[in-house]
Design a protein around this ligand. Structure first.
Ligand SMILES: *Cc1c(COP(=O)(O)O)cnc(C)c1O
Length: 396
């Protein structure tokens, strides 16, 4: 027999038992009234998780990448200019997709490990007097480097330049884990997927469109059919899809948003922060550094940990998988071989986090890194036991 260990990759995340059951449904007719009871609460739940009153929510059978494509093809035309920072593999891939769609991307190259430089964006936007830049793209949480950017600051930069550009945010590894304020930050399109903060299997692209993004639909000339939000919106009025919906996943999304909202979004964010702080305590006990350049940009959903020069971090990930049957994330792109990643998003507890830290220590010791067994575990244990809800309550 082989027991299932938790995964520590930054998506797909571990499935809570209740969500695993929610997606496991008998076939039901997606044209029946039963489907309405799944679709409408799922859309409404997502809207609340995005902290939006005015967004229209669309959910496609796809992944986060399909959400990017939905955002650009529905609102832009060939040759349109967009502005983006490249500070990791995911922002790089979004830029690449824009280029392949014939958009002109102004790229602000940013060291991997740093967040989006809002001040540079402001300069570029202020210089664009003719307002040719249509959209600013921002990756909220760079999953490759474990770096969170300040989306509120990006919005302030756009406003300070008095620029009309729309703001599209990739929140695939932040939404439902870290604070995300669609309306307050003036986000025009928010993109995520089912397999990260929503703790579901892969298979849904989830997007929110602001009224300004909706107003751009008819002018946009990029071709789209499967991802046309106008078709999707019309079908939603009849509680249907333009094609066959992923009913089980949508039911999972309904139940997932219920779970998140019952816990309370602020509590969900605080839980992710606390788990992440424990992981960070372990990393510093190991004498190692995060890829994130400063504490202010550290992600609460994934930690990219730099290994010593000359050591191949990818070996650590394959060793942990082969010997201990535990999955960590490899370094991608510029940081390939230089970092390994611990994903700590979604359904996780102190105890599960400790098992990941302990496994990373064993793998590092096996491969000859100067890490004392138990050092990271002890640091995280101290942190977790001093900050459990029960202790905080007793001390109050
Ligand atoms: C996972 C991820 C994606 C890609 O999502 P898929 O669902 O794999 O298509 C995009 N952006 C970020 C920030 C991610 O973490």
């Amino acid at each position: 027999m082989r027991c299932q260990n938790p995964v520590f990759i930054p998506g797909p995340t571990n499935l809570p038992e209740s969500l695993r059951r929610a997606v496991d449904m008998p076939t039901l007719d997606h044209r029946s009234s039963l489907f309405r009871e799944i679709l409408q609460p799922a859309l409404g739940g997502v809207k609340r998780v995005l902290k939006s009153r005015s967004a229209e929510i669309f959910v496609f059978p796809s992944t986060g990448t399909g959400g990017w494509e939905t955002a650009i093809t529905n609102t832009l035309s060939p040759g349109d200019k967009v502005l983006a920072a490249r500070n990791g593999m995911f922002s790089h891939r979004w830029i690449d997709m824009c280029t392949r769609h014939g958009l002109e991307v102004i790229v602000v190259e940013t060291p991997w490990g740093e967040g989006i430089p809002a001040d540079r964006f402001e300069e570029v936007l202020a210089a664009d007097r003719a307002h040719r830049i249509k959209v600013v793209l921002a990756t909220h949480n760079e999953t490759a480097t474990g770096v969170r950017s300040d989306i509120g600051a990006v919005r302030r930069a756009i406003d300070a330049a008095s620029h009309p550009a729309l703001l599209y945010v990739d929140g695939v590894s932040s939404i439902a884990c870290m604070d995300f304020r669609m309306d307050e930050w003036g986000v025009d399109i928010a993109v995520t997927g089912s397999q990260k903060g929503f703790m579901l299997p892969t298979g849904l692209a989830i997007v929110g469109f602001s009224p300004r993004a909706m107003a751009a639909l008819d002018m946009a000339k990029l071709p789209r059919t499967f991802f046309d939000v106008r078709d999707m919106g019309r079908s939603y009025q009849n509680n249907a899809y333009p094609y066959t919906p992923a009913v089980g996943l949508l039911n999972g999304l309904k139940v997932s948003t219920e779970l998140l909202l019952a816990e309370g979004l602020e509590n969900v964010f605080a839980r992710h922060r606390r788990i992440a702080d424990g992981i960070r305590a372990a990393v510093s006990a190991w004498g190692m550094e995060l890829c994130a350049a400063s504490p202010s940009v550290q992600s609460d959903t994934v930690s990219a940990i730099r290994t010593p020069d000359g050591f191949n971090a990818t070996k650590l990930v394959s060793h942990a998988a082969e010997v201990y049957d535990v999955a960590f994330g490899v370094g991608l792109g510029e940081v390939e071989g230089k970092v390994f990643r611990i994903g700590h998003l979604g359904c996780l507890s102190d105890v599960l986090a400790l098992s990941g830290i302990a496994t990373a220590e064993m793998a590092m010791a096996d491969l000859g890194l100067p890490v004392r067994l138990g050092s990271g575990v002890a640091a995280a244990q101290e942190f977790y036991r001093s900050t459990t809800a029960a202790r905080l309550k007793a001390a109050a």
